[in-house]
Design a protein around this ligand. Sequence first.
Ligand SMILES: [Zn+2]
Length: 159
Amino acid sequence: MRTIQQLSGKENRCQDVEVFDETLHELIERLTRTLHATDGVGLSAPQIGVNKKVTVLDFQDGREPLELINPVLVRYFGEATEMEGCLSYRGIYGEVTRPEAIQVEAQDRNGDVFEITAESFEARAILHEMDHLVGVPFEKKLKNRVTEEQFDALEEDMN
Ligand SMILES: [Zn+2]
């Protein structure tokens, strides 16, 4: 298992995946295993040191993990501001404004193109991961930054 890299505000644009072979499948498996060892919902290849447009999300709702290769935002609607954290920015939390609903085109592990729609939390998680793939640091999108203690307190209020 690879450890998750801390990114500290510097991220690169990842390369498109062009070959859908065993090496890609191994990368996806490694990402999925590494994600499942955390309490996060998404993990992208650059977070384990691989500069490729590959991301895996698991919403822990019984569905198979969502694998997005070369994802592109096709359409988006609305706007919402919510708290976010990131496995590569430990201890940093804050509000990020993003579209409320999205349509994304991506390829699966075999290179077949598919489209998904998502809204609210799922849309936010997907967009967060897509930022990692194009080199937009999470830290730079934060508006009202809060401490981990404040974040935990807010989460408790919501539950
Ligand atoms: Zn992240």
